[in-house]
Ligand binder design. Structure first.
Ligand code: SF4
Length: 385
């Protein structure tokens, strides 16, 4: 039986579609990535801005200093959090609007002990708005039918409805400024409650009891159990068809590219899993652990360089001076300052052709002249997930 805390709203798409993943993920630690830590810093900064600039609260300077001293803080974070705060401000209807930034939600209606935090809740008239601030810049998130947001919508209804407001409709929003991605979806309170009753609770029950079969889909990319999941692994099984002609057709190649797009990551995960287990004493037929290639490092670089200089090796031959990359200069200055001072000296040539799924929103670049020239295609950048 799974612990309730594993039914996190942020993983709702996964556990609603594949409830079996909850029990299967339990042996695998949930690590906090650098991206998540950066997101936490940005959320804190955004909350302080909402408190001071929308709610007119006096914000403790020490809290602001603490955010700015974080190793994840950089000047661009100011611009992106400003964009999020402006989005929230644009939704504030009047002085009568209740604004609740970073609000802890009791989600016991899913299972006892489930909690979540809404980035910002707004309530006025019979409307409720829940805004989710995404700081990531790699995976675009959409508000449409987003289970995490719908759960927050239910949690916010639970908190507010019937007190001062009689909520009829809930609008959930994604604000993802680093991808210039803002979207929303409105749903009635009744539809949300029906969804909870008909889909969420039955799937949550299966997840807690561990009584479900695995179901593969886009949600697998964030599943900690995918290394040991049989059904996920079957996706990469090669289907030999000896009766076929010697050469693969374009259709077969396209099918393989689509199906095997996560193979690099999957193989890396499998290797890490097997190595950890071998180091713990388990065996995997035909495999063993050995010491990898080792790289020499200084025990005391300062002293070593002092001796080298004493013996005639000048500072200029021991040290390299390398210019910062364009991205690092921009990060150091902030986007705004960079554009103001240096934008005239920046060129952005067209990107190298990259193969993606036909569902990708970017426009196809194929013209007559490049139709038969794929020599420059970067096959490491095939992006189907
Ligand atoms: S990898 Fe996919 S199918 Fe397997 S348990 Fe995880 S979510 Fe379910």
């Amino acid at each position: 039986m799974a612990t309730h805390s594993l039914l996190a709203p942020s993983a709702a798409e996964r556990w609603i579609n594949c409830p079996a993943s909850v029990v299967m993920s339990e042996p695998f630690p949930d690590t906090i990535s650098e991206y998540a830590a950066e997101g936490t810093t940005a959320h804190k900064l955004a909350e302080l801005k909402i408190r001071s600039s929308i709610l007119g609260e006096e914000v403790d300077g020490k809290e602001v200093d603490k955010v700015k001293r974080s190793k994840y803080y950089n000047p661009d974070m100011e611009d992106y959090t400003d964009e999020y705060v402006e989005y929230v401000r644009s939704l504030v209807n009047s002085n009568e609007t209740t604004v609740l930034p970073e609000t802890r939600l009791n989600l016991n209606f899913i299972t006892q002990g489930t909690v979540g935090t809404a980035d910002c809740i707004l309530a006025f008239g019979n409307e409720l708005h829940v805004i989710d601030f995404k700081y990531g810049k790699n995976v675009e998130v959409n508000a449409q039918d987003n289970p995490q947001l719908k759960i927050y919508g239910l949690g916010a209804c639970n908190l507010i409805d019937g007190l001062i407001y009689n909520i009829e409709n809930v609008t959930v929003h994604i604000a993802q400024p680093r991808m210039n991605n803002f979207s929303s979806m409105t749903i009635s309170k009744k539809e949300l409650k029906d969804w909870l009753k008909d889909e969420v609770r039955p799937q949550a029950l299966k997840a807690i009891n561990g009584t479900a079969e695995t179901a593969v889909g886009n949600w697998c990319q964030f599943c900690r159990a995918k290394t040991v999941c049989r059904k996920y692994g079957e996706r990469f099984d090669v289907d030999y068809k000896p009766d076929n002609p010697n050469t693969l057709s374009n259709e077969e190649i396209a099918e393989r590219i689509t199906r095997l797009s996560g193979l690099d990551g999957y193989l890396k995960d499998l290797k890490k899993y097997a190595l950890d287990k071998i180091l713990d004493g388990e065996t995997f037929p035909g495999l063993k652990a050995v010491a990898g290639r080792s790289v020499r490092t200084w025990t005391d670089q300062e002293e070593a360089f002092r001796i080298a200089q004493e013996n005639g090796y000048d500072h200029s031959v021991l040290f390299e001076q390398v210019p910062l990359s364009l991205a690092k200069v921009e990060k150091m200055m902030s986007k705004r300052k960079f554009n103001e001072l240096l934008s005239d000296y920046v060129d952005k040539p067209p990107g190298k052709p990259t193969l993606v799924s036909e569902n990708d929103p970017r426009e196809s670049i194929v013209t007559e002249s490049v139709d038969n020239d794929f020599t420059d295609v970067d096959i490491n950048k095939i992006d189907f997930d």
